[in-house]
Design a protein around this ligand. Structure first.
Ligand code: NAG
Ligand code: NAG
Ligand code: NAG
Ligand code: NAG
Ligand code: NAG
Ligand code: NAG
Ligand code: CU
Length: 495
């Protein structure tokens, strides 16, 4: 493109309408944001930007003039670093209500991409940035601009967001800088339990001195498991493809359900509801850690630890107000490398990386129902199945298959509900491991959000760990944890 300035013209809108009328060609396209169509669907949820842009600027990587910003663990900030962050956030909160940098406007930017407000360019359908391969990418771009705006407000080009290091025992509670009620970093809806412990996925306990070490160890197991579940494949790690015209939530990656959604749920009332989540300043430290885990995964040499080489992934684009008060269109290809974006994460230990998965012994009475071609108990469970209690099914597999994936298909729910179920893989007559989970976070809407999605888990290593490498069948157990009866499962298979 000769110029980076793109003027939104009526011609472009007319063209889009024309395309809508005659249908899009069969080939797919990257999703992009419609700058002229955003719906404030609920009076109490006005997330659309207050200012209509006259111009959109295409994002350009900044020349590397200043030193890299170093994002540090929130609980390890020194007083000066903490004061800078506190001051910058206070200045952001003090801006006029309709200023694009205003704290609530910034929070609304997240809300608009997860409430059906932002629409896909020319299509008038929801642009949803959760539950697909754009989960990591959109949030990286969001934090990038947020960080630079904060830096601008305090005239500091080296300002870096802290990350919430909840994957280390020293960071498994609300970091001190967020605790002072009078600070710009506080939020009145926080849960008190977070002062002691943050659950990464099923590690709740009584939070006593006897129990906390076990709860923290359990959190490390969750980290290990969720990393392994998405380890060898880009789509298991990032989530499923989401292209122009696609429905929302084709399927999220392992990390998005847990620890991501679990930490949201445990932190505050605001953090628990997707459409309000970024109103708690701790959102940004939480997502900085998610972003850091993405960078760690990318840096691990190995099979499949790579970005999709797919134009519909790399050329998807989002809109953000930048630190120069311009509305910027940024593409996914621009956010792959944090160094090019001018920041890195301080390296801290990864105590979960090399753990061994815990294999639980289960009694045969735990296997309540079964299903399979050659199984005598075939037919005792019928899909689609409303998940009301724990259910086990025998699932066939191919001995010797490479890169085995467990697929829980046609998961249906009302996207407004909070739903959580766990997935175990067990050896017939033997032990089992938790292989992953499905967590969907609550969101606000007037009408039912018909959601149809799937969960995919990489199980190669889990199969080895339960000693089922040579078996034709494994037992898959689904355990509803939150939102019993609110979710339907279409089937379970291993591919
Ligand atoms: C876009 O979709 C919304 C919600 O379905 C609808 O209310 C609105 O009228 C549509 N707008 C256009 C321009 O078709
Ligand atoms: C930053 O610099 C601008 C312009 O030089 C000035 O108006 C503003 O007060 C400074 N802000 C802070 C927090 O130092
Ligand atoms: C901070 O606010 C919470 C919730 O309003 C309250 O329970 C707590 O006592 C307050 N803490 C301090 C130190 O004021
Ligand atoms: C808390 O849990 C631990 C570990 O399960 C247990 O040993 C302890 O007795 C419990 N304490 C209370 C007060 O319930
Ligand atoms: C990743 O793939 C390699 C090679 O196929 C395999 O040996 C390894 O077990 C896999 N790792 C996981 C965690 O699935
Ligand atoms: C599990 C997995 O992703 N395996 C891949 C490892 O890399 C080879 C070569 O690129 C692929 O053929 C495998 O499918
Ligand atoms: Cu989000």
């Amino acid at each position: 493109m000769a110029s980076s300035w793109v003027t939104i013209t009526h011609a472009a809108v007319a063209m889009a309408l024309l395309l809508m009328q005659f249908g899009f060609p069969a080939r797919s396209k990257p999703v992009s944001t419609d700058p002229n169509n955003c719906l404030n669907l609920m009076p109490e949820l006005k997330c659309c930007p207050d200012r209509n842009p006259k111009k959109i600027v295409d994002f350009k990587l900044q020349p590397q003039s200043s030193p890299l910003r170093v994002r540090r663990p929130a609980h390890a900030l020194d007083t000066e670093e903490a004061q800078k962050y506190e001051r910058a956030t206070a200045l952001m909160r003090a801006l006029p209500d309709n200023h694009p940098w205003n704290f609530v406007q910034q929070a609304n930017t997240h809300c608009a991409y997860c409430s059906g407000s932002h629409r896909q360019l020319g299509l008038n359908i929801s642009f949803e940035i959760h539950g697909s391969w754009h989960f990591f990418t959109w949030h990286r771009a969001y934090l990038y601009f947020y960080e630079r705006i904060l830096g601008k407000l305090i005239n500091d080009t080296t300002f870096a967001l802290p990350f919430w290091n909840w994957d280390d025992p020293s960071g498994m509670s609300i970091p001190p800088i967020y605790r002072d009620n009078s600070s710009s970093l506080s939020n009145p809806t926080r849960y008190l339990i977070g002062l002691k412990f943050i659950d990464l996925g099923g590690c709740e306990g009584n939070n006593t001195v006897e129990s906390l070490p076990m709860q923290r160890q359990c959190n490390l197991q969750v980290m290990h498991r969720q990393f392994i579940a998405g380890f060898n494949s880009s789509s298991l790690f990032y989530g499923s493809p989401y292209r122009a015209g696609d429905n929302s939530f084709p399927g999220g990656g392992a990390i998005e359900s847990s620890p991501h959604s679990s930490v949201h749920r445990f932190t505050s009332s605001d953090m628990s509801i997707v459409t309000r989540a970024a109103r708690d300043p701790i959102f940004f430290a939480h997502h900085a850690n998610i972003d850091r885990l993405w960078a760690i995964w990318e840096s691990i040499p190995g099979n499949g630890s790579k970005v999709f080489n797919d134009k519909d992934f790399l050329e998807a684009s989002f809109l953000f107000w930048d630190e120069n008060m311009q509305l910027v269109r940024i593409m996914v290809r621009d956010v792959i490398d944090t160094r090019k974006l001018g920041y890195v994460y301080e390296q801290v230990p990864l105590p979960w990386m090399n753990l061994k998965t815990v294999v639980e012994e289960v009694g045969s009475e735990d296997v309540t129902v079964a299903m399979g071609e050659d199984d005598s108990r075939k037919g005792e469970v019928k899909f689609p199945l409303v998940l009301s209690s724990q259910v086990s099914v025998h699932v066939g597999r191919k001995v010797g298959a490479k890169g085995e994936k467990l697929v829980v298909s046609d998961i249906e729910l009302d996207g407004r509900d909070h739903v959580w179920f766990k997935v175990y893989v067990g050896r017939v007559g033997g032990g089992r491991v938790e292989a992953g989970c499905f967590i969907h976070m609550e969101r606000r809407a007037n009408e039912r959000i018909n959601m149809a999605t799937k969960l995919q888990i990489g199980i190669t290593q889990f199969i080895e760990e339960i000693g089922a490498d040579g078996d034709d069948w494994v037992v898959v157990t689904l355990v509803p944890t939150v939102g019993r009866n609110k979710v339907t499962v279409g089937g379970v298979s291993i591919v």
